[in-house]
Design a protein around this ligand. Structure first.
Ligand code: HEM
Length: 363
């Protein structure tokens, strides 16, 4: 009897361990483990509504996913608002003022909280929303399932953003180092950059390629067009915006690679894909094979979504995506002189000047 009971307990534990350890890798996490059959549909409907009205928001959501996952992992730290006058990730130069789509996440979260209170993490909402934006902007050509079960982080620090994200003035080696640090291969990096076939850029991210002289790595005709849209920042302090792909600005397709080959991409970092055999060949392959690009882009987005995912006691399911949850009544409030974990300032021994100021006011 007791042997049978022990075996039962052992087996239960085994199944529990399997369930817990496979939870994140599960493609049907919410229906299977949380009995929330509509969670992904709710996000998809919200994204569809917003993207129909403004395709740029879809571009913003894909970029938001990238910027979230590269800083502290895919934990929605990008969504936390300023706390106690301490700036969070969303206030860092790569995100402010350019990152958009926050209202889409808020709307999805509101609906999910009504339907399934306290169940769907903001980190998963970003991953679903980016996936759905890719689907709608590619007219269904980019279609994939993404594992879920990510938890939301409790910390977001502005100064961690600049050193973690690639910049538009980075050369190929500088970019590769940052992707490798997150376990993303060079081929996956090149596939992800196809996202620069949608959305927009502020002029400040590339005017150094136009003034005082046109960068020889840029097509001269393309550069003159850009100069019309983006006057010399010395004379015009307002930072304008241009679309990234002048032919099909709202379509997520492989046009980006044609643009790179034709020296008609906005950023020095885009052009730098032509500076190694490996990346140049990938650019050619993606530009010639749209289906291959769609497949590799989807795979790379799934990989991006696996970066430093929080599970177990590492995170929580936020009630509002903009603030961490209040301490529960079971946990005593932190002593008055100890900062809460909501968004602490950077460690005292790390100077805030750690990252050199970027040459451009915005990107
Ligand atoms: C070397 C790596 C990268 C660099 C240097 C870079 C840089 C930039 C910059 C400067 C902008 C313009 C932002 C603005 O001024 O509004 C931008 C836009 C964008 N980026 Fe990247 N990016 C990189 C990689 C990626 C990746 C991996 C993705 C997606 C998976 C991505 C998706 C986008 C999208 C969709 C936009 C348009 C956003 C919008 O219209 O709101 N980027 N990127």
């Amino acid at each position: 009897m007791s042997t049978a009971r022990n075996t039962f307990l052992l087996l239960s534990c085994f199944f529990l361990i399997v369930a817990v350890s496979t939870a994140f890798t599960d493609f049907n996490f919410y229906p299977k483990f949380k009995n929330c059959h509509d969670a992904e549909n709710i996000v998809r409907d919200v994204v569809e509504g917003y993207v129909k009205k403004d395709p740029g928001l879809g571009a913003g959501l894909i970029r938001m996913f990238f910027h979230d996952c590269f800083v502290r992992g895919c934990d929605a730290s990008i969504l936390l608002d300023k706390y106690d006058n301490t700036d969070t990730e969303k206030f860092a130069i790569p995100n402010n003022p350019s990152l958009r789509g926050f209202e889409v996440i808020d709307a999805a979260k509101e609906k999910l909280e009504k339907e399934y209170p306290g169940v769907v993490s903001c980190a998963d909402i970003i991953a679903f929303a980016a996936r759905d934006a890719a689907y709608f902007l590619s007219k269904g050509k980019i279609s994939y399932n993404i594992p879920s079960g990510r938890l939301d982080g409790r910390i977001s620090i502005k100064d961690e953003v600049l050193p973690a994200l690639p910049a538009p003035f980075h050369n190929l080696t500088e970019q590769k180092v940052l992707y490798e640090a997150k376990g993303i291969s060079t081929a996956e990096m090149v596939a992800l950059l196809g996202a620069h076939s949608i959305g927009r850029s502020h002029c400040s991210s590339f005017t150094s390629r136009l003034y005082p002289t046109i960068d020889p790595t840029m097509d001269p005709g393309f550069a003159s067009n850009l100069k019309n849209k983006c006057p010399d920042p010395k004379n015009k302090p307002v930072d304008g915006v241009v679309v990234q792909d002048f032919l099909t600005p709202d379509k997520l397709d492989n046009e980006y690679y044609d643009n790179v080959k034709a020296l008609k991409s906005l950023f020095f970092s885009d052009w730098s894909l032509l500076t190694s055999d490996e990346t140049r060949e990938l650019v050619t392959e993606f530009s010639e094979k749209p289906e291959f690009f769609a497949e590799k882009f989807a795979e790379a987005m799934i990989k991006l979504g696996n970066i430093e995912v929080k599970t177990g006691t590492q995170g929580e399911i936020r009630k509002s995506c903009r603030v961490v949850n209040y301490p529960t009544t079971t946990a005593p409030p932190p002593p008055a002189n100890v900062p809460t974990t909501r968004a602490p300032p950077p460690p005292a021994n790390v100077p805030t000047t750690m990252a050199p100021p970027p040459p451009y006011p915005t990107y």
